[in-house]
Structures are given as C-alpha cells and as structure tokens.
Design a protein around this ligand. Structure first.
Ligand SMILES: Nc1ncnc2c1ncn2[C@@H]1O[C@H](COP(=O)(O)OP(=O)(O)OP(=O)(O)O)[C@@H](O)[C@H]1O
Ligand SMILES: CC(C)(CO)[C@@H](O)C(=O)[O-]
Ligand code: BAL
Length: 284
C-alpha cells in the first residue's frame, strides 16, 4: 500500500490513475479503524480498480475541544488493517496543509442542519462538508463509501455533491454491529469496561421503539425510550427522534406505509454515541 501525505502528491497520483482508465473507490475516515470501516473498504475493493482510504481527524468538525483531543489515534494499527483488506492508497494529510487558506466557506444545508446532529453539534456539518469537498477534489473518486451509522452525514454529503456538482457516486453502507448490538464506532474505544457493557442500551432502545411503531403514537414511543434509558442510571439521552429517512425531519405521526428512521444520540459517561435504524412499516 502506498502512503501519501502531501496534497500535491495525491493529486498527481490520482490524475495518473484516472487518465489510465482506473475506477477509483474512496473511503474517507478519521482512523482508529474497526470492522465497520473495513467492510466499507472491502466493498470498495470489490467494486473499483483502486481503493483509497483517507485518515484525517478533521479539527473543523469537532464542536467539543475535548472530543477532538481525546479522539482515538492508532495509525500503525490502521496501516496494518488497511493492508489486510487490500487498500491501495492511504492518504493521511496534515491539518496545516489542508487548512492553509482561511476563512472557511460557510455552507447552508437548510432544515437538514437544524435537527439532531446539526442542532446538537453547532458547526459540525460545515466542517464535514468542508473536508469532504476538499477530499473529493484531492482524490477525485468515481465512488465514495459512507456508513449508515452517520445517516444525517450521508444526507449532508448527498446535498453537497448535488449543490457543487461533484461527479461522485455515493454508496451508503449498512451499520456494522458488535455481537451485543452496539454499533461499531471509533469512540467505543474510549468506553471503560463498565460503560462498554451498558452501551448496547442505545440499540436496545431503538429496538423497543421499533416494536411500538404503528401501535402507539410517536410521543408515547419517545416517552418509553426516555424512561428506558433513564432507568439505566448511566446513560444521558441527548435526543431520540422518529424521522423521515431522506429529509431527517422529525415526524409527529407515522402512516401505515411509511419508512422511518429511528435516530438516537446519548452520552455514556463522557462519550457521546449515536445510532439509528431504518424501519419499513410496510414490511410488517
Ligand atoms: N459501524 C459502522 N458500520 C458502517 N460504517 C461505519 C460504522 N462506523 C463508522 N462507519 C463509517 O465509516 C466512515 C468513517 O467514520 P469515522 O472514521 O468517523 O468512524 P466512526 O466509527 O464513525 O467514529 P466516530 O463515530 O467515533 O467518529 C463514516 O462514513 C462512517 O459512517
Ligand atoms: C466523513 C468524515 C471522514 C469527514 O471527516 C467523517 O465525518 C467521518 O469519519 O464520518
Ligand atoms: N463519524 C462522524 C464523525 C464525527 O462524529 O465527528
């Protein structure tokens, strides 16, 4: 695997590959790789001629300085994992070069950024859109792979691609979970053993809500989830929403034919985790 750190070098390399007719698959990450990332990379390796992974803990998308400081960084182990799944190129740029020009562009994603992650992490999606846009320019992928775990991020990137006319096909990959249901996430590495044991309650709460969908009104389902998590005594709920899976806008009512996204964010100790599931009521 080639490891490239400089923007000029990745641009040149990708230009050459594109000119020789190679199809480029791209998996942007912040590192501390786990099986969720590896599945995205395997899908890319299968569906493209060349797979590029980026590892960059992007400072502009962190609204909480401690979260940035404590974000797990495991570069040596990441390189070994990338080699094990046949990744061709790792792009690991430096913040000084990525953010050489200031100030940052301000994006506007309308209603998408006023709910859930947008509401609770001010500036987060502006940082995500900025870095994803830059990475798309550097890597020039034909396809880019994103996880459903960050469902709202996928919608933001989709809007970014449409608004700025990037010629990139987006692939949304299902959430990969631990055996006990916990969605894999780099931040799981920050959980102590007791917190790790309790963390699957986020997923359990989503399952509980799913069972009640179509039977009970949305406000009552929300109350059930709140009471369930409060009962654990160790998890602080930030939000639970029943949302439209495309617009991510909260739904007050759910129709019999509807597909909905059940989305949750909660603190386990000082670690903030998110999760979601998609439910199609039509499928019984
Ligand atoms: N469990 C998972 N299943 C599928 N895709 C995932 C999973 N976890 C992360 N991804 C995807 O991998 C890409 C890189 O994510 P990132 O590096 O932020 O990792 P992460 O595990 O989401 O970390 P964290 O949530 O702690 O920031 C994103 O598109 C993300 O949605
Ligand atoms: C897409 C991304 C790599 C941008 O920094 C990040 O938000 C992530 O890892 O999901
Ligand atoms: N996986 C989303 C990136 C973030 O939480 O900042």
């Amino acid at each position: 695997m080639e490891v490239i750190e400089l923007v000029g070098t990745i641009r040149e390399r990708m230009q050459t590959l594109r000119c020789s007719g190679k199809r480029i698959g791209f998996v942007p990450t912040m590192g501390a790789l786990h099986e969720g990332h590896l599945q995205l990379l395997r899908a890319s390796a299968q569906e493209n001629d060349v797979t590029v992974c980026s590892i960059f803990v992007n400072p502009t998308q962190f609204n909480n300085p401690d979260d940035y400081k404590l974000y797990p960084r495991t570069m040596e182990q990441d390189i070994a994992l990338l080699e094990s799944v046949g990744c061709d190129i790792l792009f690991a740029p430096h913040a000084e070069e990525v953010y050489v020009q200031q100030p940052l562009l301000q994006f506007s994603f309308g209603p998408l950024e006023t709910v859930m992650e947008g509401e609770h992490r001010p500036g987060h999606f502006n940082g995500v859109a900025t870095i994803v846009g830059k990475l798309f320019h550097f890597v020039q992928p034909h396809r880019a792979y994103f996880g459903q775990k960050d469902l709202q991020q996928v919608a933001i990137v989709k809007q970014l691609v449409q608004t700025l006319s990037f010629d990139v096909e987006l692939v949304r990959y299902p959430t990969i979970r631990e055996a006990d249901g916990l969605a894999m996430s780099s931040r799981n590495k920050r959980l102590d053993p007791e917190q790790r044991q309790i963390a699957p309650v986020l997923h359990h709460a989503l399952q509980l809500a799913k069972e009640q969908l179509g039977q009970k009104p949305v406000y009552s389902i929300k109350a059930t989830v709140e009471a369930y998590l409060a009962g654990t005594g160790q998890v602080e709920l930030e939000y639970f929403e029943v949302a439209d899976p495309d617009t991510l806008q909260p739904l007050q009512e759910v129709g019999p034919q509807q597909e909905v996204a059940l989305c949750i964010a909660a603190f386990v100790g000082s670690v903030r985790l998110i999760d979601n599931i998609l439910v199609n009521l039509n499928e019984g």
